[in-house]
Each structure stands twice: as C-alpha cells, then as structure tokens.
Design a protein around this ligand. Structure first.
Ligand code: T46
Length: 134
C-alpha cells in the first residue's frame, strides 16, 4: 500500500499556527492543481473511483473526514483529523471519503490538471485493471 500519512511541521507562537507546504520539501510532486471540498452534507460518501495516473495529497485544513483506500487486494481507512497531516495517494487505488464533520474543509493538491479520462468510476473496471497491471 503506497498511500500514507505525511506529517507537516506546525510553526506556532502566541498568535496561532502556520504550516508551509513546499514542493520538493514536504510535497512529493509538482503541484498542477488544488481543489477543496466543503459544505459536505451529513452522511454523504464521495469518491467511488480510482485514477489511472495521479498523485494527490489530501489535507483536512479544518474539521475531519475519513478515506477508504483500496488497492484491489487490501483496504485501509485513514482518519484525517488535523491540518498537520496529509494523506499521500498514488497508484491505482479506489478511494471513498466519508464521515465528514460539518466544518470539514478537505484540500487536495494534485500533480495534474483535471481530466475526466483519468477516472475509473466502475469498481469492476478498476479491479480488472489492477489484475492487468500485475
Ligand atoms: C479525488 C477525490 C479525493 C472539476 O471540474 N475539477 C476538479 O478538479 C475536480 C476534482 C472535480 N471537478 C468536477 C467533476 C465533477 O463534476 O467536480 C465535480 C465533482 O467531482 P467528483 O464527483 O469527482 O468529486 P469527488 O469528491 O467524488 O472526488 C474528488 C476528486 O474528483 C478525485 O480526484 O481523488 O476528490
């Protein structure tokens, strides 16, 4: 399983906290796109897809949510609860996001522009591609 939590240094003083994300330092790819998900409705599950080729870093800058990562063989759930943790996701993995807190702001950095052709939104298709790539 290549997905993992990266921990960022929090710079804090009496005024509050600051975290810096820097390419080549604590972000392991060149960022081409940033998007964020917020105002997520209660009980909603998002994702339900894999990417053919995409590296991403997902950070709950506020609130919390969970990520289910499935590589076709095993599944792992990551709990994002703090802005100094980022979930690094790469490779052919199915993802689902759930248990969003009301205040959740999920920011995602990606190494490519948005391209619907990179998405696999059918689990069987994903599963077949995993077997092909082995
Ligand atoms: C992912 C998880 C973590 C765009 O127009 N541009 C964008 O950059 C993105 C990400 C989405 N969109 C459009 C495509 C859909 O019409 O926004 C709509 C919602 O996208 P989607 O249903 O794919 O959103 P999620 O939350 O299921 O998945 C998103 C990312 O799409 C995906 O890459 O890994 O967050």
């Amino acid at each position: 399983m290549k997905s993992k939590i990266l921990e960022f240094k929090t710079i804090g003083d009496e005024r509050g906290c600051l975290i810096a994300l820097e390419l080549g330092h604590n972000v392991p790819f060149d960022v081409k796109r940033v998007y964020y998900i917020f105002n997520t409705k209660k009980g909603v599950r998002r994702g339900f897809h894999a990417h053919k080729n995409l590296k991403q870093l997902a950070i709950c800058t506020r609130g919390s949510c969970k990520f289910l990562i499935d590589d076709g063989t095993s599944q792992q759930t990551f709990n994002l609860t703090t802005p100094n943790h980022g979930l690094y996701i790469e490779g052919l993995v199915w993802r689902e996001m759930f248990d969003f807190s009301d205040d959740c702001v999920l920011m995602v950095l990606a190494d490519a522009h948005y391209d619907e052709k990179d998405y696999i939104r059918n689990y069987q298709e994903f599963s077949n591609l995993v077997k092909e790539r082995k």
